[in-house]
Design a binder for this molecule. Structure first.
Ligand code: MN
Length: 367
C-alpha cells in the first residue's frame, strides 16, 4: 500500500473530522442572504449593550452581504451616558414607532427576546434572528436563527465574536460602542462575565476610540439627576440584608438602576432594590452582591402578575403599571411589593430602618 508523505508509518494518526465546522456567524448571515434590507431592533430604552450590538451586526451585514441596514430606537434613551454614546459616536437611529416595514426585509432582535413585553414594535412583524444573553425567556416560536448565551455577560460579546469569525476589524465608532456595551454589562462585582467577554474586550480595545470612551463614561449630568438621588436616599430603608429605595418621581426610568448600582455598594447589605414612578409605571431595579443570586428570577416571582420583570443573575429590572399615580395608590403597590420581597428573601416582616435617620434629615433642613 502506498504511503503518503506525512504517514507516520505504523502509527495510526488520530482521526481528525474532515467536515468544516460551520461558524455561527455563517449561519446568521445565511439566514439574511435573501433579505432586501436588514433592520435591527432591541428593547425599550436601549442601553449600550443593545446599541453596540445593533451597530456591530449592521456593520457585519453591510460588509459581508452588501445590504442596506437600519438600527432603531424603541422609546427615549434616558441615561446621560447612553445619550452621550449616541451623540459622541454619531449613531443614526430610526424611531421604531415611525418605521414602515417592508415585506422583503429581515428583522433581527438583539439583547432581548420576542414577546417579553419590552418592545413597542408591531408583534405581527416576523423576526428572522434573535441574539441575546438574558435569562428571561421569550417566545422564539418560528424564529429561524436563535443565538442565546445566558452565560455570556453582554450581547456585544456575541456580536464581537461574529466579527472575529469573519475577520472583520470594526471601524472606531462600532468598536467603541461594542466595548462600552461589554463594560457596562460586566462592571459589577461579583463579575457576570465569561471568557468570551474578555476575548471580545481584547479584540475591540485596540480598535476603539479611548478618548470618546472616556467622554461617554463621564457624561455630564443634569440637575434632575442629583435631585432624584437626594430624594431617593431620603426614602431608603434597610431590612436586614436588603436595602430598598422608594424613589418618588424618576425623570428617566434608568435612574432606578443607577440608584441600585449606588446602594448595592453599602457594606451591610446583599440586595438593593429601587422602585420609582415614571409616567404611569412603577419602575423596578434590583441588584445582588451574592453569587448565584438569581436576581432575574427573584424579581419575576415578586412582581408576578402585577407587571413584568427579568434580567440576569445579579441584576434585574421590571415594571408595574399603576392604576393611579395618586400617592396613596403608589404606596399600596409599594407595600405589596415590599411584603413579597421580604417573603422571597426570607426576611421577617419588620419595620425598615432608614438609611439616613429622620432626625438627621430634619436637623439638616433646619441648619
Ligand atoms: Mn445586555
Amino acid at each position: 500500500m502506498a504511503r503518503s508523505a506525512d504517514d507516520p508509518g505504523g502509527v495510526r494518526p488520530h482521526s481528525v473530522p474532515v467536515h468544516r465546522r460551520t461558524k455561527t456567524s455563517d449561519r446568521f448571515l445565511d439566514e439574511l442572504k435573501d433579505a432586501t434590507r436588514v433592520t435591527f431592533v432591541s428593547h425599550v430604552h436601549p442601553d449600550p449593550d443593545a446599541l453596540g450590538s445593533m451597530m456591530g451586526l449592521a456593520h457585519l451585514v453591510e460588509t459581508c452581504l452588501c445590504k442596506p441596514t437600519r438600527i432603531t430606537r424603541d422609546g427615549p434613551i434616558g441615561r446621560a451616558e447612553n445619550r452621550a454614546l449616541v451623540d459622541t459616536l454619531h449613531v443614526e437611529l430610526d424611531s421604531v414607532e415611525m418605521l414602515i416595514w417592508d415585506p422583503g426585509e429581515a428583522v433581527v432582535m438583539v439583547d432581548s427576546q420576542p414577546k417579553t413585553g419590552r418592545h413597542s414594535f408591531p408583534r405581527a412583524i416576523p423576526i428572522t434572528a434573535v441574539l441575546d444573553h438574558h435569562e428571561t425567556p421569550g417566545d422564539l416560536t418560528g424564529v429561524p436563527f436563535v443565538d442565546i448565551r445566558r452565560n455570556v455577560g453582554a450581547t456585544c460579546s456575541i456580536v464581537a465574536k461574529y466579527l472575529m469569525e469573519q475577520d472583520i476589524v470594526p471601524p472606531k465608532a462600532v468598536a467603541t460602542a461594542l466595548l462600552y456595551g461589554i463594560e457596562t454589562e460586566t462592571n459589577g462585582y461579583p463579575r457576570e462575565a465569561s471568557a468570551l467577554d474578555d476575548e471580545a474586550t481584547i479584540f475591540l480595545y485596540p480598535a476603539a476610540d479611548k478618548n470618546k470612551l472616556a467622554k461617554i463614561r463621564n457624561a455630564r449630568l443634569p440637575i434632575s439627576h442629583f435631585e432624584t438621588l437626594l430624594l431617593a436616599l431620603q426614602s431608603t430603608f434597610i431590612y436586614d440584608r436588603l436595602i430598598v429605595s422608594w424613589a418618588s418621581e424618576l425623570p428617566q426610568p434608568d435612574l432606578a438602576a443607577e440608584v441600585c448600582d449606588f446602594l448595592i455598594r453599602f457594606e451591610e447589605v446583599d440586595w438593593a432594590v429601587c422602585a420609582g414612578v415614571h409616567g404611569d409605571n412603577l419602575i423596578l431595579s434590583a441588584r445582588s452582591a451574592l453569587s448565584d443570586a438569581n436576581a432575574g428570577e427573584l424579581l419575576r416571582s415578586v412582581v408576578g402578575r402585577m407587571g413584568r420583570a427579568g434580567g440576569h443573575d445579579r441584576r434585574a429590572g421590571g415594571c408595574v403599571k399603576l392604576a393611579s399615580t395618586a400617592p396613596s395608590a403608589v404606596e399600596e403597590v409599594q407595600a405589596e411589593l415590599r411584603r413579597r420581597l421580604l417573603k422571597a428573601l426570607k426576611i421577617d416582616e419588620c419595620r425598615g430602618q432608614r438609611l439616613v435617620p429622620l432626625r438627621e434629615l430634619l436637623q439638616n433642613l433646619q441648619g
